[in-house]
Design a protein around this ligand. Structure first.
Ligand code: GLN
Length: 452
């Protein structure tokens, strides 16, 4: 049924870069056979799932939305995909994204944009617009995203779906094509909080193949989501981030957020204002740290090891082929970030830019630590504005970067964040973000589930 749905609507939505019809039907058949044989099945046996094209899938094209990896079929599965298969899920295909996960609208995909199912003239968020649009268009019940600065939560907010960024290190980065290694976090996308929790439980947990993976089990996010769904938040203390509660967000977003805060109060939560004075520096710090790490990570795309190779006619030097390949293979936003990052890391500038940004990162972490001494979780709107018209922010990078104003702090800190639908503004979905302390992912699921 999902393959039929994809066939019916995806020429308009373009959530998928690759639909693995044969692989999906084969996986579904295996589940059927195992069920018929009375074998024990995985926790999500037979449930279709769409995977952001940032995760390697053995033998199935993985492009990261870039021309530089066009035609590349990885020889191995990422840990997330391996765990999805072990749980019995049926992978439908790979979803569209901004090139190398750099963007907030999926307009920077080298394969054309994804459209928001709520209004096809608007963006579905990014970088994981494909994973969110696939849910909103009922092409998949579950999907996987990756969140470096907001790429799971912001698309969730603008498509009226749920997106959770787990604690950094709570989900494995093995086989996740690296953008900014100290921030990249794969996570679950779904249409309900409980569905996201069920998916989170399957993909999360320690992985010895990722050196930053936390050697602890996933908090019981499923039990927490079920508890939250009872609608009782008595004894839960929530902090509204002063700096993010009004200024900088559209009036319709602020109104929907305020209504939800009231709803949370009615469910028994105690609401207090919490000031996080350094959050206002998160965006500039992020745009030094993320490009710096990207400039280093993307050095591996040299035209030799995988994907595209341009100008290799037998007469050119290795350097020339490398340069021609990178020039043809990377899009403008990726080039902008590589140049920014290379500059910020160069000797003489390192202390002034990268070093300074790392200090800001520490101050933001301190803001979170102080806040969580007062409250169980922090809340804010997920994004300053609802889904914007396609093309309206592509000419000014800063306008695009602003989409992640409220989501970036928790990436710099490493704690979990979730976006849950919290109403409409002019007919378009608004998201509410819940942020929790590191490894307290269960808390955010409880609060988010109570709002549904
Ligand atoms: N929009 C942000 C960026 O462009 C975040 C991207 C992400 O989370 N992958 O970097």
């Amino acid at each position: 049924a999902h393959l039929d749905r994809i066939a019916a609507v995806d020429d308009r939505v373009h959530a998928f870069l690759h639909v693995d019809t044969e692989g999906a039907l084969a996986a579904a058949r295996v589940v059927d056979e195992r069920r018929a044989a009375g074998e024990e099945l995985g926790p999500l046996a037979g449930v279709p799932v769409a995977v952001k094209d940032v995760l390697t899938t053995k033998g199935v094209p993985t492009t990261v939305g870039s021309k530089i990896l066009e035609g590349w079929r990885p020889p191995y599965d990422s840990t997330i995909v391996e765990r999805l298969r072990a749980a019995g899920t049926v992978m439908l295909g790979k979803t569209n994204m901004d090139e190398f996960a750099m963007g907030s609208s999926t307009e920077y995909s080298a394969y054309g944009p994804t459209r928001n199912p709520w209004d096809l003239e608007r963006i579905p968020g990014g970088s994981g617009g494909g994973s969110a649009a696939a849910l909103a268009a009922y092409e998949a019940p579950l999907s996987i995203g990756s969140d470096t600065g907001g790429s799971i939560r912001q698309p969730g907010a603008v498509t009226g779906t749920v997106g959770a960024k787990p604690t950094y290190g709570g989900t494995s980065r093995y086989g996740l094509v690296a953008f900014s290694s100290s921030l990249d976090t794969p996570g679950p996308c779904a249409r309900t909080v409980l569905d996201a929790a069920l998916l989170h439980a399957v993909i999360g947990g320690h992985d010895p193949r990722d050196s930053t993976s936390i050697p602890q089990p996933v908090p019981d996010v499923v039990a927490a989501a079920k508890r939250g769904a009872t609608g009782d938040l008595t004894g839960v203390k929530l902090g509204v981030v002063t700096e993010f509660s009004g200024d900088g967000a559209e009036p319709g977003v602020v109104a929907a957020f305020r209504d939800s805060v009231e709803a949370l109060t009615k469910l028994g939560a105690e609401i207090v204002e919490v000031s996080c004075p350094h959050f206002q520096y998160a965006l500039p710090a992020y745009y030094l740290i993320a490009p710096s790490e990207c400039s280093s990570n993307l050095a591996r795309f040299d035209g030799v090891r995988f994907g595209l190779r341009v100008g290799d006619d037998g007469n050119r030097s290795l350097e020339e082929v490398m340069s021609l390949t990178r020039d043809a293979g990377f899009g403008p936003e990726v080039k902008r970030r590589i140049m920014l990052g290379t500059y910020a890391l160069s000797s003489g500038y390192y202390d002034a830019y990268y070093g300074q940004a790392q200090k800001v990162r520490t101050l933001i972490t301190r803001d979170f630590t102080a806040a969580f001494e007062q409250v169980d979780a922090l809340i804010s709107p997920t994004t300053p504005f609802v889904a914007f018209p396609m093309g309206s922010r592509t000419s000014d990078p800063y306008q695009m970067y602003l989409a992640d104003l409220f989501t970036i702090p928790s990436n710099l800190y490493g704690g979990p964040g979730i976006s849950v639908p919290c109403g409409l503004s002019e007919g378009l979905p608004v998201g509410l973000q819940v942020m929790a302390p590191t490894m307290a992912d269960d808390r955010m699921y409880r609060v988010a589930a109570a709002l549904e």
